[in-house]
Design a protein around this ligand. Structure first.
Ligand code: COI
Length: 355
């Protein structure tokens, strides 16, 4: 289906004021955003407008009952400076999986991709040229109907914002294995990219940071025994030459970087098994010398190399180097920036809107 996306441009871009060498994630926003409204059972008025405030009624249902979901993805430039998106179809699908769980309407997947292409084309000057940097894209949907009462809202907004970002972690990271708080239980919302999942993680993450850790390693809700995922990423372990990652059981986020890492690892000849993983077996592998490396994988962080895992009274040493993690990171970066053949067919080219 072809959509008529109305575009209102800013008079003067702010891009010239950006210091491309110093762009922490999420602090700078581009000139424009994409917006679409859900009214009377249909998505209407897709448009690109100058980035700015959105008037919100104090009774907007997302503020009270949390019907809010989001995606994270990145745009890169290829060797010719053409903007490219990494697997946007996967984000479009996952948004609708989240929408389904949260009782929200589906957003048309072709409009999701079309909106991204138009926005990135318009904002191509904001894509940082440096290796490890990218234009982070944040599609999200929330209930903006003013209503007090518990039911699915009838009005929603879908918005895409863009924010240039440098590397997330510049060093190896330490995780805190969390046994007091949980992220997701079976039957809950763990597989949805729902705002509330992140809200519930904020306090435990702050406590972990106060102890000197970078992010929380989440364990299963019932026994605190099985590893689920990390604060903003999925996790992989290399034991005895083979990789394992927690299987998707409804309480683990179906990460797009996760599935891409699995494909790249297998393509390089590594065995990858998705299964239940206990913290105990990771500890034993560390003690008997078979734990070779571990890394996190997520859109914002890319690949984050894990140094150690802390838990009450002890520390599990993971590794001081992550040669395979580094190789996977380099391969993914090379595919995303067109330096390596896109044999998986992941990249979607967009175009440069000329000023
Ligand atoms: C992402 O990796 O894109 C995420 O959504 C994590 C975010 C909380 C920084």
């Amino acid at each position: 289906m072809s959509y008529n996306i109305n575009i209102t441009k800013v008079e003067q871009s702010k891009v010239d004021a950006l210091d491309f060498d110093n762009i922490p994630l999420g602090t700078t926003f581009t000139d424009h955003m994409f917006i679409c409204d859900y009214e009377n059972g249909v998505w209407v008025n897709p448009r690109i407008v100058p980035m700015g405030m959105i008037p919100t009624h104090p009774a907007a249902m997302a503020l009270h009952y949390g019907q809010a979901i989001f995606e994270g993805m990145k745009a890169y430039k290829d060797a010719q400076g053409e903007p490219m998106l990494f697997r946007p179809d996967q984000n479009a699908k996952r948004l609708n999986t989240s929408a389904d769980r949260m009782g929200m309407p589906y957003f048309p997947e072709d409009l999701f991709v079309e909106g991204l292409k138009e926005l990135v084309s318009l904002e191509h000057n904001w894509i940082p040229p440096k290796d490890g940097s990218a234009l982070y894209l944040r599609p999200f949907m929330y209930a903006d109907e003013p209503f007090i009462g518990m039911r699915a809202a009838t009005h929603y907004k879908f918005i895409i914002m863009a924010s240039p970002a440098g590397p997330f972690f510049s060093k190896r990271i330490k995780l805190w294995a969390e046994k007091q708080f949980i992220r997701a239980a079976h039957g809950g919302t763990g597989e949805a990219k729902a705002a509330g999942n992140y809200a519930a993680a904020i306090r435990p993450t702050e406590l972990a940071k106060a102890k000197g850790y970078d992010q929380v390693l989440w364990l299963d809700a019932a026994e605190h025994k099985y590893i689920q995922e990390v604060g903003t990423m999925n996790i992989f372990f290399k034991i005895n030459g083979a990789f394992i990652t927690p299987k998707l059981d409804g309480s683990v986020l179906d990460g797009i970087t996760r599935k891409s890492v699995i494909d790249v690892l297998r393509d390089k000849g590594f065995e990858v098994t998705e299964r239940l993983i206990t913290l105990k077996e990771i500890k034993e592998a560390s003690q008997n010398g078979t734990l070779e490396e571990a890394f996190g994988a997520g859109t914002a962080v890319g690949i984050a190399y894990i140094q150690e895992i802390g838990l009450e009274g002890e520390t599990i040493h993971v590794s001081d180097e992550s040669p395979v993690g580094l190789e996977i990171n380099n391969t993914l970066d090379a595919i995303k920036t067109g330096k390596q053949e896109d044999k998986f067919g992941w990249m979607l080219k967009t175009r440069k809107e000329l000023a």
